[in-house]
Design a binder for this molecule. Structure first.
Ligand code: PMV
Length: 359
């Protein structure tokens, strides 16, 4: 889009997906930089749609003027979070104080379903901000720079959001074997076009849809003086090296070994924080047992991962879906709240929604 900014009101929109990490970012340094590298699968169906409408203020500068709507309603808690993010970005995006901003956001997945809404929502907002920057400054970035900038801004809203700016498999955090990697922004991880990894499925088993008792900010903060801090950093960076080998070599046994080690380590760190944080539920453990039993009995390529919550992501390949779905509906659904699961899969990344220019 090459709209030139005059005095009109401009509305732009992006739809951005959530992601699920196989190697977990857990613990941060100043500037929302990660203690360790991470790697995730971008989802296809679980998305946030955000529209940003902006018009020039009569008098430039001063405080940011912003109204925020979530599913059409004013939402104080989110609104404060967004305003504080925008304030922290003024040095990078000085034009923010020259416009009246209206932000309208919607998720297409249920709240507290084990799908990271901060990842998709902060990615969608960051993409809108970079599009706005292009229009306001009339400087249009090459595509790779556009997404790098959006990833850098998204990171400042929520660390994991920097990975949602790309489709497929995405890494974040400087590691030796990924030349393009950085702590500042995420990068798409190249996958052979023949690989089954391009056809991953994620069935999210909803053990509990209760709102999380832990915000990820307090979870990251609990890592600061954690007795296993250094051990975790070494483990995660080692796991990131190993998982990239597993993906490059289509080694699914290694992929599941590392992913499950990461999910269980995340919860081991939570349990051994002080005071200990227990997010797993009895049915989470039943599901893990059943998945391992089923894998042992069938030899199918499936693995589980868990975020900072009780719900389990069952990851497998499209070509084995027919054999896996009866296991989900007959066995695993017994341990899900109201027998509920969400079917998702690896996705292609965010999408610019037709920009609407109101003169
Ligand atoms: O992006 P945050 O601050 O919500 O942290 C995300 C942390 C995990 O979801 C547990 C792991 C990850 O890498 O996504």
């Amino acid at each position: 889009m090459t709209t030139k900014m005059n005095d009109q009101t401009i509305k732009i929109g992006w739809k951005a997906p959530s992601n699920i990490a196989l190697v977990k970012y857990w613990g941060k340094r100043a500037g929302q930089l990660p203690v360790n590298g991470s790697l995730s699968i971008t989802l296809e169906k679980s998305t946030t749609t955000t529209f940003l409408t902006f018009s020039r203020k009569l008098k430039s500068g001063g405080a940011i003027e912003m109204e925020y709507f979530f599913h059409g309603n004013k939402q104080e808690k989110f609104s404060e979070k967004i305003l504080s993010l925008l304030n922290s970005l003024i040095a990078e995006l000085p034009f923010l104080t020259d416009f009246r901003l209206v932000i309208e956001s919607e998720n297409n997945f249920p709240h507290s379903a084990g799908i990271a809404s901060s990842a998709s929502s902060m990615a969608a907002l960051a993409l809108c901000l970079v599009t706005m920057e292009e229009i306001v400054t009339n400087v249009y970035l090459p595509e790779a720079d556009f997404f790098k900038r959006a990833s850098t801004l998204a990171r400042q809203g929520s660390g994991s959001a920097c990975r949602s700016v790309y489709g497929g498999i995405v890494s974040w955090g400087k590691i030796a074997s990924i030349r393009t990697s950085s702590d500042q922004y995420a990068s798409p991880f190249p996958v052979n076009s023949e690989s089954r990894i391009n056809h991953l499925r994620d069935t999210i088993l909803i053990v509990s849809s209760e709102e999380k008792s832990l915000s990820s900010s307090s979870g990251h903060a609990a890592m600061a003086d954690h007795p296993y801090w250094e051990g975790r950093r070494v483990q995660a960076n080692g796991n990131l090296e190993l998982i990239t080998d597993a993906i490059r070599n289509d080694d699914y046994q290694l992929l599941s070994k590392i992913s499950e080690n990461e999910a269980l380590s995340l919860h081991a760190l939570l349990l051994s924080s002080s005071p200990g944080i227990v997010l797993l539920k009895p049915n989470t453990l039943r599901i893990i047992e059943e998945i391992r039993r089923f894998r042992e009995a069938t030899g199918l390529d499936l693995l589980f991962t868990i975020d900072a919550g009780p719900n389990v992501h069952l990851i497998y390949f499209e070509d084995q879906r027919e054999m896996i779905m009866p296991f989900v509906s007959k066995t695993l659904s017994q341990f899900c709240e109201n027998g509920t699961w969400i079917d998702d899969k690896i996705g292609t990344g965010p999408r610019l929604l037709t920009p609407k220019v109101e003169l």
